[in-house]
Write a protein that binds this ligand. Structure first.
Ligand code: GDP
Ligand code: ZN
Length: 316
């Protein structure tokens, strides 16, 4: 039988088949997934093959195969230094909620998030929430940012989770997909999920870091079916993606507009900083690349993205 992992709590996995039957499954032996040192070999969103077995009238499943993942999101374990925890696999789309104020979402955060999502091959849509509260100046800021990000290929929608504005558009992008919601605390993730499916009560509230440090990996993601045919992966306690380690030469490849120009740089290993005849810097001077994007790029290159790290891993 084949199914999707909806929940994992240590050694048991809730697996749901296409026909909608759920089984409690465990894993046969030990799996190793090449390339990642992870604390959990099977994650929510994985497609697995399993066999049923009955003991004392109780039917459970034994997972014997994990299908190749199209992508996965990891988080570094709090305690086990080099280990990673796979939060979710096979994510079709992540919606990043952005608010201009209350709370502010800075472009450095957006860009870092997008770079990580690109590195994970997870498509991202930007949702500018709380537009019902904005004055004309703030709305212009939203329009400007939406222009910047649309131009480089990201879908952008202005929404209000409170009034329901453009929620139908979000739903149509979610249909038949495995979705996740991300963004700073207070941007409206819970409110939006409620607007989308009022009967669903997600634990989107972050758990406190104090609680988290007591255990290796406390955050158990869970997948939910929505009535209109979408799936949501809820990740309590996780506000952003983990930081992906990447080489300096690699960073520009995750800025789509830089990547496109790279072939025109004089040096094929150009990192677009001090090199002569750099197509990226020329585009920046001609206003074809947003300065905020280039600034974020430099910050990531120099490892000066501490605000992002802090936001991901500490306090609330
Ligand atoms: P979360 O931390 O991302 O889950 O954010 P919440 O959903 O808890 O929202 C934080 C606060 O913002 C709550 O007081 C919500 O009522 C409010 N809020 C969320 N979305 C909107 C919106 O579109 N418009 C307005 N006016 N308030 C919103
Ligand atoms: Zn260059």
């Amino acid at each position: 039988m084949t199914g999707i992992v909806y929940k994992s709590t240590g050694s048991w996995y809730t697996v749901k088949t296409e026909l909608g039957a759920s089984y409690q499954c465990r894993m046969k032996g030990k799996f190793r997934i090449k390339g990642i040192k992870s604390t959990n070999p099977i994650a929510v969103g994985d497609v697995v093959d399993f066999e049923l077995e009955t003991n004392n009238d109780e039917t459970t499943g034994v997972i014997h195969h994990i299908k190749d993942r199209k992508n996965y999101i990891v988080r570094k374990s709090v305690n086990l230094s080099k280990q990673t925890h796979v939060i979710a696999a096979n994510v079709d789309v992540v919606f990043l909620l952005v608010t201009i104020d209350n709370p502010p979402t800075f472009t450095s955060f957006i860009d870092r998030f997008l770079v990580t999502a690109e590195a994970y091959s997870v498509p991202t849509v930007l949702l500018f929430n709380k537009i019902d509260t904005y004055d004309e100046d703030t709305l212009n800021e939203v329009r400007y940012l939406a222009h910047v990000y649309r131009k480089i290929g990201y879908e952008c929608i202005g929404i209000s989770a409170a009034t329901g504005k453009n929620i139908d558009k979000v739903k149509s992008l979610m249909k038949d997909k495995v979705c996740m919601f991300a963004g700073h605390s207070g941007v409206g993730k819970s409110t939006l999920v409620n607007a989308i499916e009022p009967t669903l009560d997600l634990k989107t509230k972050e758990i406190s870091m104090q609680h988290m440090q007591g255990q290796h990996t406390t955050t158990f993601a869970e997948m939910f079916d929505l009535e209109f045919g979408a799936k949501i992966i809820d990740t309590p306690g996780i506000k952003g993606f983990g930081v992906v380690d990447m080489d300096k030469e690699e960073v520009g490849d995750y800025f789509p507009e830089f990547f496109e120009l790279k072939q025109h740089c004089k040096f094929n290993n150009c990192i677009h900083v001090d090199e002569p005849k750099c197509a990226v810097k020329e585009a920046l001077e001609n206003d074809e690349i947003a300065y905020s994007r280039y600034r974020s790029y430099l910050q990531i290159l120099e490892g000066e993205d501490e605000s992002y790290r802090t936001d991901n891993y500490s306090k609330e």
